[in-house]
Design a protein around this ligand. Structure first.
Ligand code: ATP
Ligand code: MG
Length: 322
C-alpha cells in the first residue's frame, strides 16, 4: 500500500479552499492507501501567538477534518506536536539544507508581504515540513498548488540526504489537482486562513452569507452580460454544482439580465446544500469532545511507531548511533 500524508495548520477556521484543495482528496485516499493526516500545530505557531486561540483552533480543525469524512480507523490522525521525533529530524535535515533553497520560497515572501513577522521558524518552515513528510516515509502528498514549491524542497532535501548518507528516505510526490489547485477567496486571491478572505465551512451561517454576498465582482450593469473569465462566482459555483447546473449558470451570466446578487444567492444555496451533512456531523462532534481527544491520542500512538523506526535509521545513517 502506498503511504499518503497531509497536514493542515490550526491557524484559523477551516475554509472551502482547504476542503477542495486538500481534504476532499485526502478522504478519498483512505480506501486506497495507508493514510496519515495531522494537525500542524508547530507550524501554526508561526502565525498564532495566543495560546487560548491555538488550543481552540486545534480542536476545531480536528472536528472539522472528522466531520469532512476522516475515518480515524482507516487513517492515522494526530497532532504534529505529539511526535517529538519530527524536530530531531528537522534539525538533521536543516544541517544539509542550503540556505538559498529556502530564500527562494514564495510562501515565505507572500506571508511577510501579508504582515506575518519574518521569524526564523517562518523561514525554516519548509524544513519542518520536509521532516513531517519524510519521518513517515510518505510517498503521496495531496495538497493545493501553494504547497508545490515546498514539496519540491522536500524532494530536494530527501535526495540530498540519500546521496550523502545512503538510501533512507522515499522520495515524496505531490498530488495536486489542477481544477482545485487554487481556490480563490472572496477577494480573488488564494483563499487562506491568514488572509481574511475565506468562506469558513463551520462558522456562523449569517456571517457565511454575508461573505458570499461580498465576493468581489466588477461593476457590470444588471442587464449586461457578465465576464466569466476570472469570475470568482463561477469558479466557486463549479465546485458545488452538477456540470449541467454549472453550464446553466455560465449561460445565464453570458446572456445578462441579472445582477451579481442573483448569482451570489444561487451560489450560497448550492454551498449550503453541499455542506449540510458535513455541518451536521460537526455539530454532533461538538457534543462529544472526549471522542476527539481519544482519536488524536490513538493516532499519536500509531504515528509514533513509524516515526521511531525512521529516526533510528536516520541516527544510524548520520552517525548519531553506533
Ligand atoms: P495559512 O494561511 O495559515 O497558511 P491556509 O488556509 O493556507 O492557512 P494551510 O493549513 O496552510 O491553510 O493548508 C492546508 C491545505 O489546504 C494545504 O494542502 C494547502 O495547499 C491547501 N489549501 C489552502 N488554501 C487553498 C486554496 N485556496 N486552494 C487550494 N488549496 C488550498
Ligand atoms: Mg497555507
Amino acid at each position: 500500500l502506498k503511504r499518503v500524508l497531509s497536514g493542515i495548520q490550526p491557524s484559523g477556521h477551516l475554509h472551502i479552499g482547504n476542503y477542495f484543495g486538500m481534504i476532499k482528496r485526502a478522504i478519498e485516499w483512505q480506501d486506497k492507501a495507508q493514510t496519515l493526516y495531522f494537525i500542524a500545530d508547530y507550524h501554526a505557531l508561526t502565525s498564532i501567538k495566543d495560546p487560548q486561540n491555538l488550543r481552540q483552533y486545534v480542536r476545531k480543525i480536528a472536528m472539522a477534518f472528522l466531520a469532512c469524512g476522516l475515518d480515524p480507523i482507516k487513517s492515522i490522525f494526530f497532532r504534529q506536536s505529539s511526535i517529538p521525533e519530527v524536530h530531531e529530524l528537522a534539525w538533521i535535515l536543516a544541517s544539509i539544507t542550503p540556505f538559498g533553497l529556502l530564500e527562494r520560497s514564495h510562501s515565505f515572501k507572500d506571508k511577510i508581504a501579508k504582515g506575518l513577522s519574518p521569524t526564523l521558524a517562518l523561514f525554516s518552515y519548509p524544513v519542518l515540513m520536509s521532516a513531517d513528510i519524510l519521518l513517515y516515509q510518505s510517498e503521496i502528498i495531496p495538497v493545493g498548488q501553494d504547497q508545490k514549491q515546498h514539496l519540491e524542497i522536500a524532494r530536494d532535501i530527501a535526495q540530498k540526504f540519500n546521496n550523502t548518507y545512503g538510501e533512507v528516505f522515499r522520495i515524496p510526490e505531490p498530488d495536486i489537482q489542477e481544477e482545485v489547485a487554487v481556490i480563490p477567496g472572496i477577494d480573488g486571491q488564494k483563499m487562506s486562513k491568514s488572509y481574511n478572505n475565506t468562506l469558513e465551512i463551520f462558522g456562523d451561517p449569517q456571517e457565511f452569507k454575508r461573505k458570499v454576498m461580498s465576493i468581489k465582482t466588477d461593476s457590470t450593469p444588471i442587464a449586461a452580460p457578465k465576464p466569466i473569465q476570472g469570475s470568482i462566482l463561477a469558479s466557486l459555483y463549479k465546485l458545488v454544482a452538477q456540470p449541467s447546473e454549472y453550464e446553466e449558470f455560465i449561460e445565464s451570466m453570458k446572456k445578462g439580465g441579472q445582477g451579481y446578487a442573483y448569482y451570489k444567492k444561487l451560489l450560497l444555496e448550492k454551498l449550503n446544500a453541499y455542506f449540510k451533512p458535513i455541518r451536521e456531523r460537526y455539530k454532533e462532534l461538538e457534543c462529544n469532545p472526549g471522542y476527539v481527544d481519544e482519536v488524536l491520542a490513538d493516532g499519536a500512538y500509531r504515528a509514533r511507531l513509524i516515526s521511531q523506526e525512521t529516526i533510528r535509521k536516520v541516527r544510524q545513517a548520520v552517525g548519531l548511533l553506533d
